[in-house]
Design a protein around this ligand. Structure first.
Ligand code: ATP
Ligand code: MG
Length: 395
């Protein structure tokens, strides 16, 4: 294992966003500092196209694990910083080759500062020669086990051997705020991840139907929220009591239209919560055709009751793709815990797959849903959750 002293962070997609670039870098800089806040001794520096972190002996594995969760980073490398001096550069390349345990290598030098007296080719040849003379390792330009990259800047040169892929996307928060309908299922936590990846700050609303849904089900949702909040610091979760609305819906509409009506109420409530909390859109974990309420006809009928845009990040994902992502972000095991949520308890036997707006309105006009909505909003509970390990920092 090579001991590096600096992390070099590359931005990727950010670099293409001309006028907002400064904001992007600033936001990313803050997000990185935040996620690494518990690691002592780090020194940060940013330039127009890179962020550098000096490790000062900090655990590089820990830093690596955290950085891989920061959206807006296209890739990063652990590097050794030396003076822009060919002897210093060559010595460090040799040390990296020696410490690497690899059998073949390739040199990739790049001059960011063209005033450096040697061209890239000459740098490559000098460093490679030194390594060949002093080690058993051989050159393989097509398929090397070790790539030694040399980036020459005016005063300093960064030497690195591994490019670690970042999470991609945009720094969380840069593209505004959305309100996600968060259930205890597999899909909506993955939707949260996808939204955050595109730079959106996610706030959540959850509908609970006590006593039909248990304390365990509620806790499961908060746990899932805490898990995904790791990608964006923390998360505000609005918990809304849905019991009265749900009971009234079943009494009025009966089985086939119950889910359609429930979801229309969920959207109405969400629109109100979003407006009050400066969220410009709501979001769901819906995927086209997955269940009766997610046919295109259902979506049209449900969407009809609100004006706020609805973002559905998973709309074209297969279930298997969603499960794979849930596994990757670590929410799957929690999502499949068998606690009842409000939809599984009042599980209708014959939900309509092609509901009509007229019929939905006909049922809704038979009870005073507006006052039930008002009541539910007034009694909402707001909980702020944090990534589990960080909780003690805020107490
Ligand atoms: P999930 O796995 O996310 O629960 P699902 O396949 O079970 O999704 P539905 O139950 O039809 O599908 O829910 C579709 C979407 O509606 C969810 O992804 C979520 O955004 C929202 N939703 C469903 N139930 C609730 C709830 N109790 N509270 C908040 N949002 C909910
Ligand atoms: Mg569900």
């Amino acid at each position: 294992m090579v001991n590096y002293d600096t992390v070099l962070i590359r931005f990727g997609e950010l670099s293409t966003k001309g006028k907002n670039r400064k904001d992007f870098i600033q936001r990313l800089y803050r997000n990185i500092q935040y996620i690494l806040k518990n690691i002592e001794g780090l020194e940060y520096r940013k330039t127009h196209d890179r962020i550098y972190i000096k490790l000062n002996g900090a655990d590089s594995e820990k830093v690596k694990e955290k950085l891989q969760k920061v959206f807006g980073i296209s890739s990063f490398s652990f590097t050794e910083k030396v003076d822009s001096d060919i002897d210093a550069i060559s010595e460090t390349c040799l040390r990296i080759a020696k410490e690497s345990d690899k059998k073949t290598f390739k040199m990739i030098a790049k001059r960011h500062d063209k005033s450096f007296p040697m061209k890239s080719d000459a740098i490559n040849r000098t460093c490679a020669g030194n390594i060949l003379q002093n080690t058993e390792i051989t050159v393989d330009v097509h398929n090397p086990e070790l790539e030694i990259r040399v980036e020459v800047h005016q005063n300093e040169t960064y030497i690195t051997s591994e490019k670690i892929p970042g999470a991609g996307g945009f720094p969380v928060g840069i593209n505004g705020r959305v309100l996600l309908l968060l259930s205890g299922g597999i899909d909506s936590p993955v939707a949260a991840y996808e939204l955050m990846k595109r730079g959106l700050q996610v706030e959540a609303v959850h509908y609970a139907s006590p006593p039909y849904t248990s304390e365990n089900a509620r806790q499961k949702v908060l746990d899932l929220a805490a898990m995904v909040s790791e990608y964006q610091r923390d998360m505000k979760v609005h918990i809304i009591n849905f019991t009265d609305l749900q009971l009234q819906i079943y009494k009025t509409a009966g089985d086939p239209y119950a889910v359609t009506l429930m979801r229309r109420m969920m959207f109405r409530l969400a629109e109100e919560v979003a407006k009050k909390n400066n969220c410009l859109a709501i979001a769901t974990g819906e995927s086209i055709g997955q269940v009766a309420s997610q046919t295109l006809e259902s979506m049209v009928c449900i969407n009809d009751v609100i004006r706020i845009p609805v973002i559905r990040p998973l709309v074209c994902f297969d279930k298997l793709e969603i499960i794979n992502l849930a596994t990757k972000i670590g929410t799957y095991e929690t999502s499949i815990l068998p606690y009842e949520d409000c939809c599984t308890i009042f599980d209708p036997k014959n939900p309509v797959t092609k509901p009509s707006i007229e019929k939905a309105e006909f049922y809704e006009n038979q009870f005073d849903y507006a006052s039930l909505i008002k009541d539910a909003l007034e009694k909402q509970e707001v909980v702020r959750v944090f990534p589990q390990k960080d909780e003690e920092d805020f107490l």
